[in-house]
Ligand binder design. Structure first.
Ligand code: ATP
Ligand code: MG
Length: 308
């Protein structure tokens, strides 16, 4: 649905995008992750035809961003990272304004607007002035607005930025609903954990380079040369020393505060062997937990060496 090849963008002499090959399949909810300045908005503006790439190609629903701008604008719904709100309009007027702008026939507008306000849970605010809405409500209204022309592809630039946890969950629920409706969604964020719940695939962008893309579990697996376990024993200080003797244990440290031993072990090491080793040295094992890396850790691993 979205495909870029060697996509690059230079502002003056600054290379904001250094040739990225992005693939978003139909039906994906694709999380586009990267820290501030990584190039997320630049990529999104190219995909939505608002910015010309310096080199490389990008296609959305089969249309080239340089050659077929109008076709792309019909199939894409774009929510910018900040959008001007027409503060002295009511929610209903605002939605009707955009429905008219997209050429939705008059007779269909009421049903369309009511449906979208229902989807974004704003029906009860229909007559409210936009300036009276909370930030979370304004974000939901922004989302409703991007849906008026029933686009197949949604491109959302940080839809959850500045929202409290509850408002984030509400946005997530709406995204799930849109996914069920068959939309393909690309959303950017620098909050990694937020994407874990809702995305089918992610891409990690760092300083204009796409360092990884794929299913989240695959990316986690590929980033993991070793993994971490926590062991609770009858004598943690000694257990840390004993564990360091075992081949396959890369590091073992006694965490006195949490009263555990944290060990980095190679993927091949059997956890039963680890337990047997401790027991063989007269250490009772009270608990063993294998820790999955957090997305933040995966991100740090993948972007290691890229930071100048
Ligand atoms: N119009 C411009 N002129 C010059 N440099 C720009 C311009 N727009 C963006 N840049 C630079 O390009 C880089 C990428 O910016 P971009 O806005 O795409 O990042 P981002 O990933 O969206 O960041 P954020 O998380 O802060 O929104 C940044 O270093 C930025 O300073
Ligand atoms: Mg941005």
């Amino acid at each position: 649905m979205i495909e870029t090849r060697e996509l690059a963008k230079t502002y003056g002499t600054f290379e904001a995008l250094k040739g990225i090959d992005l693939v978003v399949e139909e039906g994906d909810v694709f999380g586009f992750i990267g820290p501030n300045g990584a190039g997320k908005t630049t990529t999104i503006r190219i995909l939505t035809t608002l910015l010309e790439p310096t080199s490389g190609t990008a296609r959305v629903a089969g249309h080239d961003v340089k050659e077929d701008k109008q076709s792309i604008r019909k199939v894409i719904g774009y929510m910018p990272d900040s959008f001007g709100v027409y503060r002295d309009m009511t929610v209903n007027e605002y939605m009707h304004f955009f429905a008219a702008a997209y050429g939705i026939p008059n007779a269909e507008r009421n049903t369309l607007v009511d449906g979208l306000l229902d989807l974004t849970d704003l029906t009860y605010k229909k007559a409210a002035l936009i300036e009276s809405l909370s930030r979370g409500m304004q974000q939901r209204l922004g989302l409703a607005r991007t849906l008026v022309h029933d686009p197949k592809v949604l491109v959302l630039d940080e839809p959850a930025s500045g929202l409290d946890p509850r408002a984030r969950i509400e946005i997530r629920e709406i995204l799930r609903e849109l996914r069920r409706m068959g939309k393909t969604i690309l959303l950017s964020s620098h909050i990694l954990s937020e994407l874990q719940e809702v995305c089918t695939r992610i891409g990690i962008l760092e300083r204009g380079v796409l360092v990884a893309q794929g299913r989240l579990d695959e990316i986690i697996a590929s980033a993991r040369a070793d993994h971490e376990v926590e062991v609770r024993t009858t004598d943690d200080a000694r257990a840390a020393v004993v564990l360091r003797e075992l081949p396959g244990v890369l590091k073992a440290e006694h965490d006195e505060d949490r009263r555990v031993v944290r060990a980095h072990v190679s993927e091949e090491l059997d956890l039963a062997a680890l337990t047997a080793h401790l027991v063989g040295r007269d250490l009772g094992v009270r608990g063993l937990t294998s820790l999955d890396p957090t997305l933040e850790e995966v991100f740090m691993t993948l972007t290691k060496g890229l930071v100048q």
